[in-house]
Ligand binder design. Structure first.
Ligand code: AGP
Length: 616
């Protein structure tokens, strides 16, 4: 996903832009660039490659000036190249623009602008916006940008600079890509995400859908350029100044070799923070600002989990928890498929949309589809001010803190905790016979951070196993019941981080075809932590052993039967079966991480992937 940064103030803009771009690199990108205004001179330096490559180009001729914009690009239109890197300028170089998202009508615009004599240099849709502003400019910068905004369609966030207005930046946002204004003393900042502003200011305004902001060193004016918001509800900007208490180095690695390892080890705190002040002594839950009415809960006739990727696996865990306790049918849907079906949705549907970033386009679009049909939507998300948090009817924030590594870890375990909190909230307003179980789960949730600490202490054992697994090119994960979603998540982590081909299967499903792929030495990781189907898992493991596969079982620390069969084991602390997904997944996260390190892979920004998929 592209990254945007902008500065207008009295200090040199370039160091601010480069620091901002560096903190945005986690989002995945293939090129970078800056434009700095020195009076009425617009200077642009950009290149394919990394921010370090851009810095090398700037080392010989650092740009002076106190207004500027910067960008890290994740290619959507046109291959990664110097000419396709942002910022883009108009024919005469009077305006520069950086952009995240897509202009869906770029083909028509390109033809029209060419016919009007514009010199179009790149393959990008972004460049067209600079030409539009230039064509509309008659001395009023804001009016020219507003007129250009009226001509583009799509989902975007952008910032424009002009050599005619060297102390002004104009930012605008429509639909999902986020844009955040940082409010300083005599200086203003703009960025794609809050964490990159923390080194400069703690006061931010999240730009809402359909809004544009005019930034000068002493002021920021927010206005509408779109009468009807595409997403979310709008509130006056001055009511939206947030003071964010994240430490300035929040986006730093803090001495860890990779963000992913840092975030794996932050999970005890993420669990504690997500539970904090929400799980009451008497077992009830109290979720701040959570407005889901008891009547809506009682009226619900179905729960639908909607999400993508790792968040989808959290929904699968939710299904196993919700159905027996709430006695409600539960569906779990992959948003990119669901949104193109003709689902039968009604007023009695309670939709739970899970998204770490809150910006995944497929999830947000699927949410809008179900809202159009009358469903009530609860969001579980990690990012304050994210699109999903504003589109949904009710929001339960995880408190995992910014997750920088592309591979989701602490956000996932925080999602699992949030699913448990939501379960308890719903159970407070629906008849059930599970008070005792919920009470036990409450005790278990409070101890979960300590359980994860125990898993983290077993890193050396996991690392030793990873050293063996790293030489394999095919790995199969199998499990049943609540082990099955975690088998999927373990497989996804391994693929993302070590590029080893992996598949996850319901253990009972192997004999229906995939068993044909197992040959002597094939690596199989069998999750066997669910007591009520443990014997079934033992049978499945025997099926696999009969094909002479190399099987390792993920089992509770007190398990002995499989070990007696000569099966290698990875041991996890024994907890209530309904909480086992948490220690199990932390074990598999560490396994994937150490496999990736052993194979020399790029851990935090795996090839071809982005931290948040805001394109469809
Ligand atoms: C997880 O490791 C992946 N990076 C990816 O599957 C991710 O979970 C998915 O893109 C959904 O992202 P979201 O939670 O921000 O919506």
């Amino acid at each position: 996903m592209c990254g945007i940064v902008g500065y207008v103030g009295s200090e040199a803009a370039l160091p601010v832009l480069m620091a901002g771009l560096t903190s945005l690199t986690y989002r995945g990108y293939d090129s970078a660039g800056v434009a700095v205004l020195d009076g009425s001179t617009l200077q642009v330096v950009k290149c394919a490659g990394k921010v370090a490559d851009l810095a090398a180009r700037l080392a010989d001729s650092p740009l002076s000036g106190s207004t500027g914009i910067g960008h890290t690009r994740w290619a959507t239109h046109g291959e990664p190249s110097d000419v396709n890197a942002h910022p883009h300028i108009d024919t005469r170089g009077d305006f520069a623009v950086v952009h995240n998202g897509i202009f869906e009508n770029s083909s028509d615009l390109r033809e029209r602008l060419r016919a009007q004599g514009c010199l179009i240099r790149s393959q990008t849709d972004t460049e067209l916006f600079a030409h539009l502003v230039s064509l509309h400019y008659r001395g009023d910068f804001e009016a020219a940008v507003k007129a250009a905004l009226a001509e583009v369609k799509g989902s975007f966030a952008l910032v424009v600079a002009s050599r005619f207005h060297p102390s002004t930046l104009i930012a605008a946002k429509l639909d999902t890509p986020p844009l955040v204004i940082g409010i300083g003393a005599g200086e203003m900042f703009v960025s794609s995400d809050i964490s990159s502003l923390m080194r400069f200011t703690k006061r931010v305004v999240i730009l809402e859908d359909g809004e544009m902001a005019v930034l000068t060193p002493k002021n920021v004016l927010v206005d509408l350029f779109r009468a009807e918001p595409v997403v979310g509800r709008r509130r006056p900007a001055n009511e939206r100044v947030l003071s964010v208490d994240w430490p300035a180095d929040i986006a730093e690695r803090g001495g860890y070799p990779h963000f992913m390892l840092k975030e794996i080890e932050e999970q005890p705190r993420a669990i504690r923070d997500t539970l904090r002040d929400r799980l009451l002594e008497d077992g009830r839950v109290a979720i701040e600002d959570f407005t889901l009415a008891p009547a809506t809960v009682r009226r619900a006739r179905r729960v639908i989990f909607l999400s993508c990727g790792t968040a989808y696996h959290a929904g699968l865990v939710g299904q196993y928890l919700f159905e027996p306790i709430l006695n409600l049918p539960v569906q779990v849907e992959i948003a990119s498929e669901f949104r193109y079906r003709q689902p039968v949705i009604g007023l009695d549907d309670l939709v739970v949309a899970i998204s770490q970033s809150g910006e995944t386009a497929d999830t947000v679009s699927a949410v809008r589809r179900v809202q159009e049909r009358g469903a009530t939507v609860v969001a579980i998300t990690n990012v304050i001010g994210s699109t999903l948090s504003r589109v949904a009817d009710h929001v339960l924030f995880t408190r995992a803190g910014p997750e920088i590594a592309v591979a989701s870890t602490k956000a996932f375990t925080a999602q699992l905790v949030a699913v448990h909190l939501l379960l308890r909230y719903l159970a407070q307003y629906r008849p059930h016979q599970h008070e005792k179980l919920l009470y036990q789960l409450g005790l278990g949730l409070r101890q979960l951070d300590g359980v994860v600490e125990q898993v983290l202490q077993r890193t050396a054992t996991i690392q030793a196993f990873a050293a063996q697994l790293a030489s394999h090119e095919d790995v199969y994960f199998i499990g049943r019941n609540l082990d099955e979603p975690i088998a999927r998540e373990g497989s996804l982590k391994l693929k993302e981080i070590s590029y080893i081909h992996s598949e996850a299967y319901p253990a009972g499903e192997l004999k229906h075809g995939t068993l044909a792929l197992l040959s002597p030495g094939t690596a199989v990781i069998a999750l066997a932590t669910q007591s009520d189907i443990y014997e079934k898992m033992v049978s499945n493991i025997q099926e696999v052993l009969a094909r002479k596969a190399w099987v390792t079982a993920l089992v509770p620390e007190d398990e002995s039967e499989l070990e007696a069969m000569g099966v290698g084991t990875l041991r996890v602390p024994r907890v209530n079966d309904l909480l086992a997904p948490v220690p199990n997944v932390v074990t598999l996260q560490l396994l994937a991480y150490h496999c990736g390190v052993a194979r020399g892979c790029e851990i935090d920004q795996p090839r071809n992937l982005a931290k948040s998929v805001t394109v469809e």
